[in-house]
Design a protein around this ligand. Structure first.
Ligand SMILES: CC(C)(COP(=O)(O)OP(=O)(O)OC[C@H]1O[C@@H](n2cnc3c(N)ncnc32)[C@H](O)[C@@H]1OP(=O)(O)O)[C@@H](O)C(=O)NCCC(=O)NCCS
Length: 280
């Protein structure tokens, strides 16, 4: 089974085009940025703290993932707001969520209310960018070991656990578990809570190819959300969460690879909103 939104349309972006899509999404494999080049970009673009973080990894594989993820963030945000990669400044919330610090005088393409979220796992980096909202993203590869899957399933609601157990052991069960996991991570990351939000305090009802329903946690009953699931590369699951915005075109532009320029994007229509108070 492939989880995709309706057929995407190819489009070439006008460099001066103002963003109309609600979400811009970049998926970049580590292999897209050769290690030597990642090192050079990091030297020029990353700040002292980021370079320090990169140097603390014990394994080269983890350091590489960090460098690709953080050069991706700086490059895509530089394209988005029209400021050099090295001039972007970030701050983190008390729960570790990074935000772009507003630039003095405002950048050429505006950065007001810009939000982004990053996920990196097993050789893939995923970055979501929105304006006027929050976004949460998560990427996971399906080749996780059974013990890890058992551990994550134990964090779900009893109904979700039953739904996962209803699939055949092995790949079908892993897929169900990781679909729920990526959706839950995307939602809690959009809210800036990460794993600080217990995963059994909110729940999803899933069909084989889409989200049917979402029961939010008690502190988020007044809003609806749109959730998009994608499998941009076979065996790599992606989930995106954004609050519903009736005033904006509910579309997403998916870019593949390192953002050297404004290459072709695939456009997806975001699924109908779910959640909100009973009878919403
Ligand atoms: C956010 C969190 C779920 C990430 O889990 P993960 O599956 O390992 O990682 P992912 O690859 O999907 O995402 C990691 C990225 O999410 C972002 N992130 C970090 N904290 C975040 C938060 N609270 N909300 C949203 N995004 C967050 C960061 O960009 C991070 O990458 P970076 O550290 O390299 O910049 C987890 O780190 C978490 O729960 N953090 C909160 C911890 C907390 O509550 N701390 C309170 C102080 S003790």
């Amino acid at each position: 089974m492939t989880i995709t939104a309706p057929e995407p349309q190819r489009e070439r972006l006008d460099p001066d085009e103002q963003p109309t899509a609600l979400v811009k999404l970049w998926i970049c494999p580590n292999d897209d940025l050769p290690p030597a080049l990642a090192g050079v970009l990091a030297t020029h673009w990353l700040d002292e703290q980021e370079r320090g973080n990169a140097n603390r990894f014990l394994f080269e594989r983890d350091r590489r993932q960090y460098l690709v993820a953080h050069t991706l963030v700086r490059r895509a945000l530089a394209l988005e707001v029209g400021v050099a990669e090295a001039d972007l400044v970030f701050w983190r919330s008390s729960r570790g969520r990074p935000f772009l610090r507003p630039l003095p005088g405002g950048p050429p393409r505006g950065s007001a209310h810009l939000d982004f979220n990053l996920s990196h796992a097993s050789g893939y980096n995923l970055l979501g960018i929105v304006r006027g909202h929050r976004v949460g993203v998560d990427v996971e590869r399906l080749d996780r070991d059974p013990q890890t899957i058992d551990t994550i399933v134990r964090t779900f609601t009893p109904q979700e656990q039953s739904w996962v157990a209803g699939a055949a052991p092995g790949h079908p069960r892993t897929r169900r578990a990781l679909r729920l996991w990526t959706l839950k991570e995307a939602y809690s990351k959009a809210r800036g809570l990460g794993l600080g939000l217990p995963f059994d305090e909110f729940s999803f009802t899933l069909a084989e190819d889409r989200v049917l329903d979402f029961r939010p946690p008690a502190d988020d009953l007044g809003r609806q959300w749109r959730f998009l699931e994608l499998e941009p590369v076979p065996e790599v699951l992606v989930a995106v969460a954004v609050p519903d915005d009736a005033d904006r075109s509910p579309t997403l532009q998916l870019h593949y690879g390192f953002p050297w320029g404004r290459e072709e994007a695939r456009r997806f229509v975001l699924p109908e909103p779910v959640g909100g108070p009973p009878g919403y």
